[in-house]
Design a protein. Structure first.
Length: 144
């Protein structure tokens, strides 16, 4: 498997919650190769990686120890939703940055600054507190 196939496989197995960048995958592959856990070959102009016997042994040890794969971690809640939403935000922002008029860029800056301020407000409000009246949880009252 080459690096981009690995990135796609990780994204698919994690249900879109985890899509590492090439800038993080290739150095990690280099470290794994240096440790003897994977080997690489050049085929058709692409560097392909596969587990060595030592790598397969390490995977088996991790499984026996009960270590779950990151994509099996079901305690992530809606973090994937947030990551997808941020990714969806960067697409049009990049397009405006590259091709937008000065007016569009100014408007986009305003929107992003407003979103940033609102996100900080969410952080400042603290965790949601359960409601005593049976309704959905609410954030603490900030006096607004």
């Amino acid at each position: 498997m080459h690096g981009y196939e690995l990135i796609s496989a990780l994204e698919e197995r994690s249900g879109g919650r985890w899509k590492p960048s090439p800038g993080s995958v290739y150095p990690a592959l280099g470290r794994l190769e240096h440790r003897g856990l994977i080997s690489s070959t050049d085929a058709d102009g692409k560097r392909r990686f596969e587990l060595t016997d030592a790598g397969r042994t390490r995977v088996a040890e991790q499984r026996e120890a009960g270590v779950e794969a990151p994509w099996d971690d079901h305690g992530l809640g809606h973090h994937g939703d947030l990551r997808r939403a941020v990714s969806e935000l960067t697409g049009p922002a990049r397009q405006i940055g590259r091709f937008g008029t000065p007016t569009q860029i100014s408007a986009a800056v305003t929107v992003v600054k407003d979103a940033t301020a609102r996100l900080y407000r969410i952080l400042a409000d603290g965790p949601e507190e359960p409601s005593t009246d049976g309704e959905s949880p609410t954030a603490p009252d900030d006096g607004d």
